[in-house]
Each structure stands twice: as C-alpha cells, then as structure tokens.
Design a protein around this ligand. Structure first.
Ligand SMILES: O=P(O)(O)O[C@H]1O[C@H](CO)[C@@H](O)[C@H]1O
Ligand SMILES: [Mn+2]
Ligand SMILES: [Mn+2]
Length: 400
C-alpha cells in the first residue's frame, strides 16, 4: 500500500518536442532559456534539489545539452526521464488528462481569428441569456494586458471582457466588486453551456480587482470550467476502488471534478506547497495527492518573464526538501509538467515541449527512464502503484 504525490510545475517544459514544428515551436525551451537568462547575469539558477532528482539529466536527454550555468548534481537520487506529448494540443487539460492516462487524440475547437474571434451568434446568445449590456474584447489577448486596456471601460459599462488565445478557451475577465464574482461565475457557466456545439476545452473566469489601469490585478478566484475527460482517468479508477484523490489547486477544475474525493484551493506556490505538505501528514494509504502549481504558467510563462520564472523555480526548489522529508517509506513523488511556456518565446502562448518526469521514493531505484512516448506513462505507473487495472495508454516506469 502506498501513496503518490504528483506535483505539476505548470508549463515547465524542458526543450522543444520532436513535433514542435507543427506548433511553430522549434527552438522553444522553457527550462533552458530560463537557465540561460540567469547565467547571462553571471549567476547560476539555484535548484540543487531538482538537480539531485535528475532534472539536469532529463534536460540533457531531451536536448543533448547541459542547462547553462547550473552545477551538475553530485549524486542523482531519483528516476528521471523526458516525455513527449501524444495529445494533439499543447493545452492544460490535454497535458493533465494525458498524465492521468487519457491522451486527447481528437482536435479541440479553436477561435482562430485574432480579432472578432467569437461567432456573432455565440456572443448574441451570451448577451441575451446573461442579460449583459454587451461585451468587450472579442479578440486574442494576454489576460493581464487586456484588463489594463479595457478594465476601466468594463467597470464603467458593465460589459465583461471576453477573450481567447491559441488554446481552446473562452476567457471572461470581470471586476470582482463592480461586476461581482458570483455573477462572473454565472456568466461563465452559461458560456460553458452555449459552447456545447463548439468543442471548446475550457471557459475560464478571470476576476480582477483594483481601481484603474495602474493597479488592476487578477485574484486567486480564477475558476476553470473544463469539459470532462473523454474516458475514465486513473483518478476515476482510484476513487472508484476506494482510494483518495486529493486535488490541490486547480486540478479538480481541470478534471471537471471527475474522480476527485477531496479538494483544496490555495493561491501562490508557497501556499500550494504548504497545503500539499499539510495533506501529506494525514492522507491515508491509497491516496493520490495531486497538486498543480499554476503560477509558473500564469504569472511568468504567459507573462514572458524569465526572471520571475527563475525566482519561482528557486523558491520551489527550496520548498522541496519539506515534501521529501514528509514522505513515508512507500510514498512516491512525481514532478512533471503539462506543456511548455517558454518565457523568452514570441507571443504569450504555450510551447510544445518535452516535460520532465522525475520520480523519487525509498522503493524506487534511481536512474534514467529515458525518453517516454507519452505523459500517460505517469498514469500507468500510478495504476500499477495502486494495484488498479492497467490504463489503455502508457508504460509504467516504476520497475525500470
Ligand atoms: O493570458 P492569460 O489570461 O493568462 O491566459 C492564458 O491562460 C490560459 C489558460 O492557461 C491560456 O489559454 C492562456 O491564454
Ligand atoms: Mn498548464
Ligand atoms: Mn497556460
């Protein structure tokens, strides 16, 4: 009997994937470019604990290069590999569902036009059903830029800001006080229903506060309305078998609350890691503790902020020993990512990259698990760990 702690460093890619050309992402490298950014300042990214778990080796496997300016680990204590994504998209639900054993092999719908992105009919229905005075945006945008540009007009007019990106998303930004948080959630739920014919992965509520463009800031009350995964994930199988599936952060939202037995929200890497640690003290055998650290992606990757991303990685690395110290002899820890989001890459979208697969536990033999064909190897390893029926995709690395 065992427990697994899976921590997703959201967007922490480790080099362009073999099929990056299909996404315009040849040369993207989230980790490598962050390391380079820090090395150019004459320093080295200080992530000794991640390196000891095999991050540098995984990076070398994915790219054929050493990360710039980082001292190699004296000893590797974890299993390390680099995984290709089988799913057709480079979005958050695809990455998470695939690591839970269910790759997304169909194509999502997308709103491809940069301007006037949404069908007029859809917007008309949303305005009518939600009794809105209209909407603002209707374009591709970075979420922080668009609230700066349209936040004041939104507050004055009561029209929510509706925007999208290269992902299969419809996002709605609105002011928590002037528009109202609950009203924003209701409008998003309505949008979720109206999007049925469009095959869109997620509607995301993007509440913000502040009085004008100089201080508008998004809050931790973001909410994701995902469609459910297309087949039962390892989360469903574990919870049906009587195990605990404990979501920390936005995991539950990403899985449309399927297969989750407990959920906790927290804002920021420190709070999310503290919650993970707290849950580890009480979670019974046959528990999957599943944490998503969204901040890497939303605060630094999409914001194209390599400095902030580097600091967040260093913070995460400092917090990591608390997690390993709290592990029981049969526990395994898996660190991975759901896609890349290279903070030095043009635009503000995700990047198609390999993700690290780092696994650590007293029962695991350290060493390379090499290139993995799919993130679903994580789900398959979890199925094996918990004694569940094998998943349809993936190859377990527990005994490799
Ligand atoms: O620019 P913001 O609002 O952070 O949006 C980003 O967050 C969305 C979900 O990860 C992505 O589709 C991307 O566009
Ligand atoms: Mn993500
Ligand atoms: Mn993202």
């Amino acid at each position: 009997m065992a427990r697994a702690i899976v921590i997703v460093l959201d967007s922490f890619g480790i080099g362009a994937a073999a099929d990056a050309d299909k996404f315009g992402d040849v040369g993207a490298d989230t980790f490598g470019h962050i390391a380079e950014h820090v090395a150019l300042q004459g320093k080295g990214l200080a992530i000794p604990n991640l390196m000891t778990l095999g991050l540098g080796e995984a990076y070398y496997g994915a790219t054929g290069e050493q990360p710039a300016g980082i001292s190699p680990a004296a000893e590797i204590l974890g299993k390390f590999g680099w995984a290709q994504e089988l799913s057709s998209g480079k979005d958050t639900p695809s990455g998470h569902w695939e690591m839970a054993g269910v790759p997304v092999l169909f194509d999502w719908g997308y709103f491809l036009d940069q301007q006037n992105s949404f069908p007029a009919e859809l917007l008309e229905q949303l305005i009518e059903h939600a009794e809105l005075p209209g909407i603002l945006g209707n374009c591709h945008a970075s979420g922080t830029t668009i609230i700066q540009n349209l936040g004041a007009e939104h507050m004055q007019s009561g029209k929510p800001i509706v925007y999208t990106s290269a992902d299969s998303v419809l996002q709605i930004a609105a002011h928590e006080q002037s528009f109202g948080l609950q009203r924003l959630y209701q409008v998003c739920e309505l949008a979720r229903e109206l999007l049925e014919p469009y095959n869109i992965g997620r509607v995301i509520a993007r509440p913000f506060t502040g009085s004008d463009a100089s201080n508008f800031v998004r809050t931790g009350n973001r909410r994701d309305y995902a469609v459910p995964p297309p087949a039962p994930t390892v989360l469903d199988k574990l919870s049906q078998a009587g195990g605990e599936v404990i979501s920390i952060g936005k995991i539950a939202d990403i899985f449309a609350h399927q297969g989750i037995t407990q959920k906790y929200k927290a804002t920021g890497i420190e709070a999310l890691m503290a919650k993970t640690l707290e849950v580890m003290t009480t979670a019974p055998e046959q528990s999957l503790i599943f944490t998503n650290l969204v901040d890497f992606d939303s605060d630094f990757g999409h914001r194209r902020n390599p400095q902030g991303y580097a600091q967040a990685l260093e913070l995460f690395d400092q917090l990591l020993p608390q997690i390993t110290a709290q592990m029981q002899p049969d526990d395994i820890l898996i660190l991975t990512a759901d896609h890349g989001c290279d903070p030095t890459w043009p635009g503000s979208d995700h990047t198609r990259e390999y993700v690290p697969v780092l696994a650590y536990g007293a029962q695991l033999t350290p060493g390379s698990i090499g290139r993995r064909e799919t993130f679903a190897d994580i789900g398959q390893s979890l199925a094996e760990l918990f004694g569940l029926e094998p998943m349809a995709y993936g190859r377990s690395f527990l005994k490799e």
